[in-house]
Design a protein around this ligand. Structure first.
Ligand code: GSH
Length: 339
């Protein structure tokens, strides 16, 4: 009996190692290092992009700063690892990064065979197409026989093939490893159309020499729930990353933001008290201090603040909240309660 237990325990460890899941203790290792290693985009306006001085901005970047704030009471304890679409999952699996926050679509194969846990959806997106205005095309259904520039290692590439097949359209897909190559090829006229997540279309269009000469077609051909991901095998870390996002969403719902959060510490509203840690010990359950969410809101902001600043009205992208509005404002963003 004892021997069997040993054998099965040993087998479990071996299986976990093979699956790359023996990775408990991410919080401890992050604390020991003194910073969070965040897997980010190589450069996508609004989501994750470094400027010439190496200062990173974007919705995904701010989310890494929010995790850093919850742990260190400091939004700057983050190092970014720029990752291409193809390399991002190995970087997370191998432990090169602690979390992947890089416009990554939550799918079943990534959640299961790739050994990841998605911690929520920080941006509800869908795939679209951009074409030159002078192509005189008003719908994706008119793209029969078109060449389409698309990036490898993405859901985009797969959806494109499905959409053309389903609609009995001839497709010439032209694939590239990086977003730069994909966009440049489109701009140089190697393809009739460019396809990616709609958010990426807004961002990439601004990089074209003449953005006004291009239009985004009305069809959204897929669901792209984009969210942060962690490795299988570390429930505490999974919980932390999940609840940082939920805290930002709950803060917005409760009207708590970076400007009024100190005032809100005096609030009598029990939901606000639990959020800010003036009542209860919810931070302890995460292995953090009880003011973990206060730190996130004070140092980064609630979800709406982050959205408007990076991709919304305060940004060059000017994306509307749409599906990313809170559930009680006509959108899909909804967080479980802190209690
Ligand atoms: N959401 C899709 C697409 C994500 C994606 O990688 N999009 C491209 C085009 S916007 C990108 O961000 N490329 C940047 C890069 O590879 O450096 C996925 O998870 O597969």
């Amino acid at each position: 009996m004892k021997k069997n237990m040993f054998v099965s325990a040993a087998f479990g460890v071996a299986a976990a190692l093979i699956a790359g899941t023996a990775q408990a203790g991410t919080l401890d290792s992050v604390k020991q290092k003194g910073f969070l290693q965040c897997g980010s985009n190589t450069g996508l306006a609004g989501f994750g992009q470094p400027d010439a001085q190496g200062n990173w901005t974007g919705l995904d970047v701010e989310f890494c700063r929010a995790i850093s704030s919850a742990i260190f009471n400091d939004p700057t304890k983050v190092k970014f690892t720029p990752l291409s679409a193809k390399d991002r999952f190995t970087a997370l699996q191998s432990g090169e990064v602690d979390v992947l926050v890089r416009n990554t679509t939550w799918t079943i194969s990534r959640d299961t065979s790739l050994g990841l846990n998605f911690t929520g959806v920080n941006y509800y997106d869908g795939q679209g197409f951009m074409v030159r205005k002078n192509l005189k095309v008003a719908s994706a259904l008119e793209l029969n026989g078109a060449s389409v520039c698309v990036q490898q290692g993405t859901t985009t590439e797969l959806n494109l093939a499905d959409y053309f097949r389903a609609n009995k359209l001839q497709l010439k897909s032209v694939t590239f490893a990086t977003s730069d190559e994909t966009l440049k090829a489109y701009e140089a006229g190697r393809c009739d159309a460019f396809t990616t997540d709609a958010s990426g279309l807004y961002a990439e269009r601004l990089r074209l020499a003449q953005p006004d000469e291009h239009i985004v077609l009305p069809e959204i051909i897929s669901k792209e729930p984009l969210g942060p991901a962690v490795r299988h095998g570390d429930d505490q870390w999974f919980d932390i990353v999940k609840w940082v996002l939920f805290a930002q969403l709950n803060a917005e719902e409760l009207g708590v933001d970076s400007k009024n959060v100190d005032q809100m510490l005096k609030s009598d509203n029990p939901d606000i008290k639990r959020l800010l840690g003036t009542e209860g010990k919810f931070g302890e359950g995460l292995g953090l201090s009880n003011d973990w969410a206060y730190r996130v809101i004070k140092l980064v902001g609630n979800y709406g603040e982050s959205f408007e600043r990076t991709v919304g009205q305060g940004s060059p992208l000017k994306i509307k909240r749409g599906l990313n509005a809170l559930w009680n404002k006509g959108g899909l963003q909804y967080a479980p309660p802190i209690r």
